[in-house]
Design a protein around this ligand. Structure first.
Ligand code: ZN
Length: 453
């Protein structure tokens, strides 16, 4: 086995420093492409071009429409025609394999709340600002910076190849709403023996996340001229009933559903009302209202069980309301049907990333879990591959003036380069006796959840 400490780290770090400007330039170009859902294709071309420049074999993977048919896939946001994943590979087919995963889709920006145009990157005080800078175009830049440095450092040493197996780089779409990009790619065989997601983790090791469901709750009213509002029914007035019901469910989940792995997260199961739509005229009583809601839920529940819980909570509240009891709210799934997930903290993948971080920065990184989801869930729950997230430091993700810290992209690349080279030098990860990626004792309910519903 190759002694990792003897690998040419001074050369690799020098190459990271030398290539950092080019990685930032790539990041700036990528932020300028407004890759909100449905409009990801031009951003994927930027990534494909960069992968090609760095010597990857690039494949565009279409997403079959049937990917979205049933949970744990999400409800598709638009047709997948013309919307592909991009998969780059070095040494395709060679063992062991390692996959890096990132997404190009970004959430919309409330433009007028920003200090500057969200899609015109600004570099100031060591941070790059722009929608997607943190979540997670900065991670894509970090991953490619590490790989370009490994290749350059190896080239300088006349072919001492630091990437000896298949190194995949998968750029997906719809991570922010369904996860169907990653699911389709994994179904098509774009996998690795281990997977690292380049999400913005502040250089911490992120091992797990909660379940997430997206729902639209519809409320009916009786439309009228405002003059007759006292005799009509305004559905906006029913919204507080729903807010109360959701708030009670949130409290119930937080206080009554024990999950020791998430005990350090103050409020793991947030229910967020992200949009409320009703009406089109100040002098009209609207005929309907619609609330779009993101429900975080415990790992022990399936998405179907979570839907049952939300439905029961809303039905109970509606039954006690004079109008809603006769005009029950409608509930439909509109995106995420994501299961919770967890990589066991003592898994060799978690240990290898922590070791690489310590080798690069002197101290081991914190590790933890998050009250949110990531595409890592598919690798762990459906494909039995160890997966975790490690990425740069970001602020204001999903909010105004989102930014990524440039120094953390460079620092993260130093960790990642050590992890990648160490992984291949060791011939992959040591195998656990039981091969399990989930914590001992959890296999049963994970298996239960995968039973057809
Ligand atoms: Zn993300």
């Amino acid at each position: 086995m190759v002694d990792v400490a003897s690998l040419p780290w001074a050369d690799v770090d020098a190459a990271i420093a030398a290539n950092a400007a080019s990685a930032l330039e790539f990041l700036g170009r990528l932020i300028k492409v407004k890759s909100t859902v449905g409009a990801e294709a031009p951003a994927q071309e930027v990534v494909a071009g960069e992968l090609d420049r760095l010597g990857f074999e690039v494949t565009r993977l279409p997403i079959p429409e049937q990917t979205a048919e049933r949970a744990p896939a999400g409800v598709a946001q638009a047709s997948y025609a013309g919307r592909t994943n991009v998969w780059g590979r070095i040494n395709p087919g060679r063992s062991p394999s390692l996959l890096l995963n990132g997404h190009v889709d970004v959430v919309p920006a409330e433009d007028d709340l920003w200090a500057s145009d969200p899609f015109m990157p600004q570099l100031q005080d060591g941070w790059m600002t722009g929608r997607g800078a943190g979540d997670m175009k900065g991670g894509l830049a970090m991953g490619l910076l590490a790989i370009s440095a490994l290749r350059d450092a190896a080239g300088n040493r006349n072919g001492a190849d630091l990437i000896s197996g298949e190194l995949g780089f998968l750029s997906v779409i719809e991570e922010e709403c369904t996860g169907n990009g990653t699911l389709a790619a994994a179904n098509a065989g774009a996998l690795g023996d281990a997977v690292v997601l380049l999400e913005p983790t502040n250089q911490e090791v992120l091992l797990g996340g909660v379940g997430v469901l997206w729902l639209e709750i519809g409320l009916a009213g009786i439309p009228a001229h405002a003059e007759a509002a006292d005799r009509a029914v305004n559905p906006i007035k029913s919204i507080p009933v729903i807010l109360d019901a959701l708030s009670r469910l949130e409290t119930h989940m937080r206080d009554s559903v024990a999950d020791p792995a998430f005990s350090g997260v103050q409020s793991p199961y947030n229910i967020n009302v992200g949009t409320v739509r009703a009406g089109d005229w100040a002098s009209s009583v609207p005929g309907r209202a619609a609330m779009r809601v993101r429900v975080g839920f415990p790992r022990a529940w399936t998405p179907a069980q979570a839907l049952d819980q939300v439905t029961a909570a809303i039905e109970a509240a509606a039954a006690a309301d004079p109008w809603l009891s006769g005009h029950p709210p409608t509930i439909r799934e509109i995106g995420f049907r994501a299961e919770g997930f967890l990589l066991r903290p003592d898994h060799p993948l978690a240990e290898a990333i922590a070791r690489a971080h310590e080798m690069a920065h002197g101290t081991p990184p914190p590790s933890g879990v998050l009250g949110a989801t990531m595409d890592a869930r598919y690798y762990l729950n459906q494909f039995g591959r160890p997966a975790l997230a490690y990425g740069p430091t970001a602020r204001n993700i999903h909010a105004a003036d989102e930014a990524v810290e440039i120094a953390s992209i460079v620092a993260g690349a130093r960790t990642l380069a050590r992890f990648i080279a160490g992984y291949f030098a060791a011939g992959g990860l040591p195998q656990l006796a039981d091969g399990a990626t989930v914590p001992p004792g959890e296999r049963d309910w994970v298996a239960d959840r995968e039973a057809p519903v």
